[in-house]
Ligand binder design. Structure first.
Ligand SMILES: [Zn+2]
Length: 57
């Protein structure tokens, strides 16, 4: 009777925080026009705004 063998060689493929945006998915940029200040969200291009990277690197 062979017991269940759990594979221990599973690749560490879990998503991890994107090093570029520290897992935030992007950053806020401040633009000024006509004396007004506006903030907009700049999506991180490395993780496509997901904040995580995993697999396929
Ligand atoms: Zn990112």
């Amino acid at each position: 009777m062979a017991g269940r063998s759990v594979p221990t060689h599973a690749a560490n493929n879990s998503p991890r925080a994107c090093p570029t945006c520290q897992g935030t998915g992007g950053h806020t940029i401040t633009t000024r026009s006509n004396g007004k200040t506006a903030q907009s969200w700049q999506r991180c291009d490395d993780c496509k705004g997901t904040g995580t990277q995993g697999g396929g690197i």
